[in-house]
Design a protein around this ligand. Structure first.
Ligand code: FAD
Ligand code: NAD
Length: 469
């Protein structure tokens, strides 16, 4: 068996692992990254990037269909159609560009990449079965960084296979179904449910909780619920799934009153959450402290240290929030700590963006969060209906809301819902991370006409003197 040793061994080349490897190598740490499937991980290959690419395709197609009808803009389009194979090919091109970019960045920084499946032997040794079928390697290391990500959760009565698919298959369809049932009205279910609907598919969404996007506060989700209705997506909330019918062409669901019905489907997307990928690669041999409801996530401290010395864990493997930017930030930090820098993962806020139509952004505390934390706060919102830029973009739904301490006006949180608000996440995060007060944002000249003016106006309104509302 081949043997090798390195200072830092990273298992998993997703946003967490590849960023850690690049930064560590930049800092001169001998680094080896083992990736079993694809560099870039879930995010670049079957997650963030491909989903946003298909959202763009669906938006553009929806526009052409809109213009084929009676458009107030005077634009006329005749009988638009979608070539889904070409659309998937375009999406794959973006993925390839980005994943080969990651490979080039790792190489440039001086990190070695081994393509193969890693299995833990002990806290300082990993066995790798190379993807090309060659002899297994044993790699010894001083520091072991676990970044194996997460996997889609299956429904026992609706297991993956045949017409029942996860987001991975939903992102690379060879054909479009006529009727799609989506189980789970969370991030994936709604982002992709809307994509399929805009591409002309009949879509029904089944959600166990009483409303869509139950993780977000209700006021934020109302414009999304209205948009689902306008798009013609049926939302069956408060319903559980019983399984496929005998013919396999419908999903049986049951509501809270115990009534059952069938939803016709020639494809079913199950998107009920993801769980840390903590099984099947020898993690249990380390006997690490685990966390989360079902004990599937590796427990970490604020430096991403596990319960074993010099074994680190980052990203989805460590549980919620399962977001690429969190994984990247943790990866960069771990590399710097190993290089001797003093770092801690204590962000003032981690932004979340839901790419529905309209989009939702949440950074920091909502009014309810602040109240639950016993903080006396001010909050104010500014509607996009009063924002000139929104009107010129034909999108007046939604608002920006700010939450601040009543005593010193320190901003604690931002929430926004509306078309294009994802891009406000940077301004929101910066203001919170920099400890801005309402006066700082209200006193900053925001360019006109932009959606960002709604940010300034929300701060002005919280101070009691909004101009445009
Ligand atoms: P991953 O990206 O999952 O990478 C883990 C890597 O480890 C994989 O490449 C895997 O092959 C490898 N691996 C696992 N086990 C082994 C082993 N034993 N040996 C070798 N290699 C191994 N997040 C956002 O922030 N924004 C979004 O818009 C967004 N959209 C998403 C859309 C979808 C459809 C999905 C599914 C997820 C989305 N996410 C989004 C979540 C995001 O993809 C994850 O939070 C992120 O990829 C986590 O990064 P990670 O490095 O922890 O793990
Ligand atoms: P999610 O947690 O966002 O949503 C799952 C939904 O399924 C919830 O609303 C839940 O109540 C519902 N549900 C659970 N069990 C159910 C059942 N048996 N029947 C019906 N409904 C049920 O999970 P997801 O959409 O699968 O996404 C997984 C993770 O991926 C997210 O937590 C997020 O971290 C990440 N993600 C992020 C983005 C983004 O940042 N824009 C996009 C996609 C995915």
């Amino acid at each position: 068996m081949l043997t090798e040793s390195t200072t830092l061994l990273v298992i998993g080349g997703g946003p967490g692992g590849y960023v850690a490897a690049i930064r560590a190598a930049q800092l001169g740490i001998p680094t080896l990254l083992v990736e079993g499937e694809y560099l870039g991980g879930t995010c670049l290959n079957v997650g963030c990037i491909p989903s946003k690419a298909l959202i763009h395709v669906a938006d553009e197609f929806a526009k052409t269909r809109h213009f084929a009808g009676d458009s107030a803009l005077g634009i006329k389009v005749q009988a638009p159609s979608i070539d889904i194979v070409q659309a998937v090919h375009w999406k794959d091109g973006i993925v390839t560009k980005l994943t080969s970019g990651v490979a080039a960045l790792l190489k440039k920084a001086g990190a070695r990449v081994v393509k193969g499946f890693a299995r833990i032997v002990d806290g300082k040794t990993v066995e790798v079965s190379p993807a090309d079928g060659g002899d297994p390697w044993r790699i010894g290391c001083e520091h072991l960084l676990l970044a194996t990500g997460s996997v889609a959760t299956a429904l026992p009565n609706l297991p993956f296979g045949g017409s029942v698919i996860s987001s991975t298959e939903a992102l690379s369809p060879a054909t479009l179904p006529k009727k799609l049932v989506v189980v789970g009205a969370g991030y994936i279910g709604l982002e992709l449910g809307i994509v399929y609907r805009k591409l002309g598919v009949e879509v029904a969404v089944v959600e166990a909780q009483a409303r869509i996007l139950p993780a977000y506060d209700e006021e934020l989700t109302k414009p999304v619920a209205a948009s689902l209705r306008a798009l013609g997506i049926e939302a069956h909330t408060g319903c559980t799934v019983r399984g496929l019918n005998a013919a396999g062409n419908a999903v049986r669901i049951r509501n809270l009153a115990g009534e059952e019905r069938e939803l016709a489907a020639d494809r079913v997307l199950v998107a009920i959450g993801r769980r840390p990928n903590s099984e099947g690669w020898g993690l249990e041999t380390l006997g690490l402290a685990m966390s989360e409801r079902d004990g599937s996530a590796v427990q970490i401290d604020t430096q991403c240290r596990t319960s074993m010395r010099n074994v680190w864990a980052i990203g989805d493997l460590t549980g919620e929030p399962m977001l690429a930017h969190r994984a990247m930030a943790q990866g960069e930090m771990v590399a710097e700590i190993i290089a001797g820098k003093r770092r801690e993962f204590v962000p003032a806020a981690i932004p979340t963006v839901c790419y529905t139509d309209p989009e939702i952004v949440v950074v920091g505390l909502s009014p309810q969060d602040a109240e639950a934390a016993g903080i006396d706060c001010l909050h104010a919102h500014f509607p996009f209906a009063a924002n000139g830029r929104s009107l010129t973009l034909e999108s007046s739904a939604g608002f920006v809301r700010v939450v601040a301490r009543r005593d010193n006006h320190l901003i604690l949180g931002w929430q926004a819902v509306g078309r294009g608000v994802a891009e406000l996440a940077a301004a929101f995060s910066q203001s919170i991370e920099m400890g801005a007060c309402l006066e700082d944002v209200a006193g900053t000249i925001h360019a006109h006409p932009t959606l960002g003016e709604a940010v300034q106006e929300a701060a002005l309104r919280a101070l009691g003197h909004a101009i445009h509302v």
